[in-house]
Design a protein around this ligand. Structure first.
Ligand code: URA
Length: 253
């Protein structure tokens, strides 16, 4: 690969910044100063240094973002802020979100340039569990829970796969204040785990029960749990253990 392209991808710096640095003699390949940006490097064999620092070859990158509301799950958009706009220094690395959260949904979003992993995690055949915290307008009955857990008609060709309902609780005033929700009715928080990723799925499931979703946050995807230390809009790279746990998930299936 071209030296300038590779360094730009690995460091997140622009191609022109890198070209300048190469021309200034700040880049060495196998301990030799190289001043030609077009020079080809073997990304796995050659030792490349920028400003005296060894640049490791990282073919894939994996980020966990705590997506805030108001940001769309896309890579670029002319008018609206995208999740990629929240990631710094990753230009040119072909990173995409794995799956999609609605503009008003918060929480766990995985972003990577590992297309094979993304493909596996999104494959409808793999049924990767996704757990959401939903605040719903209304009170779930035992019948509602049975419907959610059995699989239900949400207007698609097929019924949903069985979901799992956990920790249904009445919302406290503090929770509602924190989420800036006002309501005349009793609201509840519910943890719902689904195994598909249909369009607006969670909202459509609760809407069918007459209990519309007022707030939605994804907390888990497969083995990957949203890091509670990430504020809204913050992100971090996945640990090696987290990457392996995602890979194991689909290798097993
Ligand atoms: N289900 C929804 O309705 N919205 C999301 O953003 C994710 C799942």
């Amino acid at each position: 690969m071209r030296l300038d392209k590779w360094l730009a991808e690995m460091t997140g710096q622009s191609r022109s910044e890198i070209k300048n640095k190469i021309k200034k003699g700040l880049v060495q390949v196998n301990a030799e100063v190289i001043r030609r940006p077009e020079c080809k490097v073997d990304t796995e064999q050659d030792e490349v240094q920028l400003d005296g620092e060894l640049i490791a070859y990282e073919p894939f990158v994996y980020y966990m973002l705590n997506k805030p509301s108001g940001v769309i799950t896309a890579t670029t958009d002319r008018e609206q802020k995208t999740v990629l706009d929240l990631l710094k220094g990753v230009k040119g690395r072909d990173i995409s979100p794995v799956g999609r959260l609605d503009k008003d949904t918060e929480g766990l979003l995985l972003l990577t340039n590992d297309g094979a992993l993304a493909h596996q995690l999104l494959s409808p055949k793999k049924h990767v569990d996704k757990t959401y915290l939903a605040v719903i307008d209304g009170v779930l009955s035992a019948d509602d829970i049975e419907v959610l857990e059995k699989g239900m008609d949400i207007g698609d060709e097929k019924e949903t796969l069985p979901a799992k309902v956990e920790s249904v609780q009445d919302c406290t005033k503090e929770q509602l204040m924190q989420l800036s929700i006002q309501s005349e009715h009793q609201l509840q928080t519910v943890h719902l785990t689904i195994r598909e990723g249909r369009y607006h799925q969670v909202k459509r499931m609760f809407a069918r029960l007459g209990k519309p979703v007022r707030y939605l946050k994804r907390e888990r995807m497969g083995a990957l749990q949203l890091d509670p230390s990430l504020e809204l809009g913050q992100y971090r790279t996945l640990t090696e253990q987290e990457i392996q746990s995602l890979k194991r998930l689909y290798e097993k299936k």
